[in-house]
Design a protein around this ligand. Structure first.
Ligand SMILES: [Cu+2]
Length: 349
């Protein structure tokens, strides 16, 4: 983390003296790099009437080691918990997110998103009914289209230096929740199992995604905040629902050139555990227990936005953000989140 902050400082400080060049003047400030929030924030900006935007985001999340509450816990200790014979080593989740935005008016921007998800988990199986003798390793994976969403962003306040809008989103359960793969059992056999909740591709439920977003600008500085929630509407076809999620994000950025800004962001998120259970998810692994989901965490992230200003580059944006937890308090026992990289390309026309 310290290293990350130093890198950020090295990139920003030498160019900060140029910031005075970035005043709006007769240039269209809406094309400035910092007029979009850090790329990890969804639904942060609106568009002018008639404008379209297409976007692609790539997100890579890694999880490694275990937590029980906010304490770290070793793999052998996890294997000694009642009913546990299989323990994840690590998990990686990659998401390819495709988005379209269109503004029917200056006040309202509509947004649709589809996600292609790849999840991989490496696990260790322990021998027999109890004890901590390792039998062997295996890997599981699931791939496919995840859930989709449609969102309306509705302006509440638009002044020269501040904007507020509502995010009214609906999650569509297009992701598969019946993914299976093969696993190594404690008896040394290979079995086809339904993958644990965290390895499934969607929630299986229609979910409300309400939120509110605030952004402000002054000279070369900009800042913002967003509250977003995911409220599950009823149980899915497999008799459970994922926990509701609440997330508050705040960020600040400095624009060193019209086309370049650097940002820091702090995010608090809270997620409930899983209610109900899928009777076909029965593997003796921590991730198959609905109580081992959700919790609260605080993430720190830093990133860069690049926005083309002239000629061929105009309308094109690139952005990257890296985030990692500074605090994690999980429900039950779970893999520990390590870090998330988000890369994005956006084109408005
Ligand atoms: Cu957009």
């Amino acid at each position: 983390m310290n290293k990350a902050i130093s890198i950020l400082a090295l990139c920003v400080l030498p160019t900060i003296s140029y910031a005075h060049q970035s005043g709006s003047g007769d240039v269209d400030a809406s094309g400035f790099a910092d007029r979009h929030a850090p790329i990890g924030v969804m639904g942060d900006h609106r568009h002018d009437a008639g404008e379209w935007m297409v976007s692609y985001r790539y997100m890579d999340m890694e999880m490694y080691g275990h937590k029980q509450g906010d304490d770290s816990i070793g793999r052998q200790a996890v294997a000694s918990l009642p009913g546990v014979r299989v323990v994840p080593r690590e998990m990686r989740m990659e998401m390819h997110m495709f988005g379209v935005m269109y503004a029917p008016s200056n006040r309202v921007t509509l947004m649709a998103m589809a996600n292609y998800v790849e999840k991989d988990m490496d696990l260790v199986t322990y021998q027999g009914m109890s004890g901590t003798e390792e039998l062997g390793d295996f890997s599981t994976s699931s791939r496919g289209w995840g859930d989709s969403s449609i969102t309306a962003l509705i302006g509440l306040l638009d002044s020269v230096s501040q904007n507020v809008h509502l995010n009214l989103g609906l999650n569509l359960p297009t992701g598969d929740i019946k993914k299976t793969d093969t696993a190594l059992t404690p008896m040394g056999t290979i079995a086809e199992i339904r993958l644990p909740y965290g390895m499934q591709l969607g929630s299986g439920t229609f979910d409300l995604e309400p939120g509110v977003t605030y952004t402000g600008y002054r000279g070369a500085l900009s800042w913002g905040g967003q509250y977003r929630a995911t409220i599950r509407l009823g149980d899915n076809s497999e008799d459970y629902k994922l926990g509701d999620r609440h997330q508050v994000s705040t960020w600040a950025s400095v624009r060193t050139q019209p086309w370049l800004s650097a940002s820091v962001r702090l995010t608090y998120s809270h997620e409930g555990d899983i209610r109900g259970h899928d009777p076909r998810i029965v593997a003796p692994v921590t991730a198959a227990n609905p109580d081992n989901y959700g919790g609260e965490r605080v993430d720190f992230a830093f990133g860069f936005n690049l926005a083309g200003q002239h000629g061929l580059f105009r309308g094109h944006r690139l952005a990257i953000e890296y985030g990692a937890p500074v605090h994690q308090d999980v429900n039950g026992v779970q893999l520990e989140s390590d870090g998330t990289v988000t890369f994005g390309y956006q084109y408005a026309f």
